[in-house]
Each structure stands twice: as C-alpha cells, then as structure tokens.
Ligand binder design. Structure first.
Ligand code: ADP
Length: 485
C-alpha cells in the first residue's frame, strides 16, 4: 500500500477495456512520477490503437442496454457513483496529490467539485425534453426528440485529473452514451480509481473504458474509428486543432476546452480587499496551472500601487511545499518543461523592462517548485501578453482608461475566462458585454460550478460543460414528420 490509502484497491495500474482490467498488448509501460519528490509511484500501460479499438467496440456493444434504460435508472446508478466518490474523498485526493502535486485541500475540493457534475447530470438526464412544432401542412404533425449521440471518447489533461473526467463522462452517461477515456499519462491513477468506483456503483462493463499510453496512437484510433460519434477534449490548443482535423475524416462532433489567456482587470472603483482576494484565487490556484488562471493583470493607475502592495503581502504568505503537508498552498509544477516556460516568460519580460517585485526563481525546495512571483511594468510586447504562462507568476500591466483596457484584454486569439473588479454597475455591464470571453468573473476569482456553463469562444474552444446546456453536446436532435393524419 505505497500511497497509504484506506482502500488500497483504488490504486490500479491497468486500463479498463470492456469491463476487464488489462495491460498493454505489448506488456510495455510508462513510469508515473510524483512531481513533489521525483519518485516513481508506479507504471501505466503503454497502449495504442489495438487496445483503443477494443475499448470502442466494447462500448458500442454495451450501448443498447445502457441507452435502453430509463433516465431514472441511469440516474440511480450515477448517483451511486457520486456517493462512492464522496465516501472515498480522502483516497481520491491522496492519489491526485501524489501524482500531480496539488495541495491536499485543493484535491479534496476537486473531488467534491468533480462529484457535483455526476449528481447534476444524473438529474439533467431526466429532463432531456423534445418539442412539438405546429405543422406546416394540415395532414402532418412535427415532433422533435433528442437521442444519445452514440459512442463517445474523451481525452483529458493532468491539471484536474478527476473533474475533467466527470465533466465529460457524467453528461455522456446520463444521456445514454458510453465513453472511452484517455487521461493524461502523467495522471492515470485518478482515472483508474474513478473507473474502479464506477464499477462498484454498477456502471456496466464497456460503458466506461480507460486507456493510457501512446497518446498520438490512441488519439488516431479515437478520431478515425467510424463507430465513434463524438470526441471531447480538454488540453492545449495545438493538440485540440490536430484532433479536430483528424475528426474531419469521419465528421465527428467535437467539444473542445482549450487554452486561455485570461485578463484580470481591476478598476479604480474596485474594493481593494475583494480584488486582491479574487486575484490570488484566480492566479495561484493549482500553482497557476488552470486554463482560467489570470494571465494578464490589468490594474488601473489610480489603484495600481495600493493593489500591488496588498497583493504582494498576501502572495508572500502562500506556503510552498509538498501537497501532502499541512498548510501547503502551492505545490510543485507538473514537469520541468512547465518551470522552463515560467522562466522564459520572466526572462523575456525583464529583458523588455518589467520588474520582478516578488519571487522570480525556482524555489529552494528543488524539483519543480517555483516561488510565487509578481512582475510589474508588463506591456503588450512581452511574450506573457500573448502566451499562457500556466505557472505561479502574476504579470501586472498598468492602464488608464476603460476603452483602452477592453481593447488590450480582447487582443488575443483566446477567449475562455476574463475577470473584472469594479463597483460601478454601468461599468460592470459595459465591460462584461464588451469582453470577448465565454466566462466573465466579476469581483470574484472563482467561477467554476456544475450549475453554470463553462467554455470558451474564439480559439479557446467549442461547446459548454456543466449547466443545463452541457448535456446537449451528447445528444442528437431527431425530427419526425408524421403524415397521413
Ligand atoms: P498539456 O499542455 O495540458 O499537457 P496537452 O494538450 O499536451 O496539454 O495534453 C492534454 C491531453 O492530450 C493529454 O491527455 C495528452 O496525452 C493528450 N495528447 C497530447 N498529444 C496528443 C495527440 N497527438 N493525440 C491525442 N492526444 C494527445
């Protein structure tokens, strides 16, 4: 029991194909490391096209019985999955912290957040309403029904190893669709543990598959297999674009949650304490490794210096360390390349005139730990203005007027989340409407909840996850024209 779990059976190192736990056909594996210590936790199967094809075929075979259940029958099973997740919160959180580094408190929060999507969509499945449409000819009637889209596949990232699975699998399963998941190879154990719990909850064999290994090979099979009707992806924009191209061959529907470049705007009329709290939550959660983390902080000149002072005071208090240790608020970054990206952004900004007002370098703890950092005097010419840092570095820009900051904030191909802090109600509406983003956080840095639609515009993605809209991505509309009335 190397991870000290209450239930060691939750730690699996095999994929799940058609209800059977399997190694790769070749027997090959990849190592999985703990980023806080560099230690190898174990291995994950190095699967490819053949295993993925089997998982897809098993999903297809299992679908009729699953889709044939009533929504309430599916909801009862999903509710069990949700309840078992919550019962196993400590173990799921521990697995997550050890494989990706986030503080245990954040990992526990993620388990609750992830479970909430299952509860939500189990219920939404009962409300997949159709329509009747007034006829266009006297002897005809028009009815619209919604049906499960078919076999679905998901490719998920490492930064929310549990929630990115439930945001996709819960609506798919609630709608009657099976799903084959390829989690990030850096965080397979959270995905396997979720599959163990799903089996215990009574989700039938084949309805939820998990494969890991050669990402391009698995992706190739998922995107070209004609059985698959839908791909849902969360990850980087280049990989999302590639997968969309690959899906074109068989005209698959896609949902894409891609990169962001979130502006965080603080106006002179903002409440300073509220703005600082929101900025910390948005910037430093998960050590800056979320696609909705503030990437460009635009602070109006009147409040700029006061904001920096208070913000620095708070950021200094963020305790860096192994996520398993008490009180730690900042874990390590996921891999060495992530640290190098933060360093590159800092170097570039400093070379072009920015100032390091806090941190700025690797943490004395070693590994991939990085000091919470604040840069001031950042401008649009610097790399950080156009690229997502994905690390614990706040890039602070100073601005003077509202129209100017709207233009700067929208000056990116991305459009996932944006934030603004202000008290003037007219300004809040004007700016919120003008921001070309799918999500706008106002006087808050925390915007994720299962009840609201999460998703981006422009090159940040397609589709919405969560909320009453989230299940639509897993449904097809059928129109029946009934003649001879
Ligand atoms: P990140 O920068 O968050 O690691 P990626 O887009 O590289 O973003 O990874 C997100 C997910 O996409 C992971 O599960 C990864 O294994 C997968 N992935 C990366 N490249 C490919 C590919 N060519 N085909 C299919 N999946 C891929």
């Amino acid at each position: 029991n190397p991870l000290n779990l209450n239930d060691p059976d939750l730690l699996r190192m095999q994929g799940l194909i058609g209800g059977a736990w399997c190694d790769a056909d070749s027997g090959e594996t990849l190592e999985v490391k703990n980023p806080a210590t560099g230690e190898i936790i174990g291995t994950t199967p190095f699967m490819g096209e053949a295993e993925t094809r089997r998982a897809i075929e098993a999903a297809s075979a299992a679908m009729p019985a699953w889709a044939g259940k009533t929504a309430k029958e599916r909801a009862n099973i999903l509710r069990k999955w949700h309840d078992l997740m919550l019962e196993n919160t400590e173990d799921l959180a521990r697995i997550m912290t050890i494989e990706m580094g986030k503080p245990l408190a954040e990992a526990r929060g993620e388990v609750a957040y992830a479970a909430s999507f299952i509860e939500w969509f189990a219920e939404e499945g009962k409300r997949i309403y159709g329509d009747t449409i007034p006829e266009h000819q006297n002897d005809k009637r028009i009815v619209v029904i919604k049906q499960p889209i078919g076999v679905t596949v998901a490719i998920t990232p490492w930064n929310f190893p549990v929630a990115m699975i439930t945001r996709k699998a819960a609506p798919a399963l609630a709608a009657g669709c099976p799903m084959v998941i390829k989690p990030a190879e850096l965080t397979p154990y959270s995905a396997f543990a979720m599959a163990v719990i799903a089996e215990r909850a009574g989700i039938p064999a084949g309805i939820l598959g998990v494969v890991t290994g050669d990402a391009p090979a698995i992706g190739q099979e998922m995107t070209s297999n004609p059985i698959v009707q839908k791909l849902t992806f969360t990850g980087s924009t280049p990989v999302g674009k590639l997968l969309m191209e690959q899906c074109a061959g068989t005209v698959k529907k896609t949902s894409m949650e891609l990169g962001g470049n979130a502006p965080f705007i603080v106006f002179d009329d903002a409440n300073l304490d509220e703005a600082v709290e929101a900025a910390i939550a948005s910037k430093y959660r998960n050590s800056g490794q979320t696609c909705v983390c503030a990437n460009r902080m635009y602070i109006q000149s009147g409040i700029h210096d006061a904001f920096i002072e208070k913000f620095s005071e708070q950021v200094k208090k963020l305790k860096v360390g192994n996520g398993l240790d008490d009180g730690v608020m900042q874990g390590p970054l996921i891999v060495e390349a992530a640290v190098q990206k933060v360093e590159r952004h800092i170097e570039d900004a400093v070379a072009k005139g920015a100032k390091i007002s806090l941190g700025g370098k690797r943490h004395s703890l070693g590994q991939t730990f990085f000091e919470p950092t604040i840069l001031t005097g950042v401008t649009q010419e610097m790399t950080v203005a156009s690229e997502e840092t994905f690390g614990p570095m706040a890039a602070v820009f100073k601005f003077d007027d509202e129209q100017e900051v709207i233009t700067l904030a929208n000056d990116t191909e991305f459009g996932l989340a944006a934030y603004l802090c202000a008290r003037d109600i007219g300004r809040i509406w004007r700016v919120s409407e003008a921001l070309e983003y799918g999500i706008v956080g106002i006087n808050t840095g925390i915007i994720s909840t299962e009840v609201a639609p999460f998703g981006g515009v422009k090159q940040s993605g397609i589709g919405r996850e969560g909320s009453k809209y989230g299940i639509d991505d897993y449904l097809e509309i059928k129109y029946m024209c009934i003649g001879g009335i």
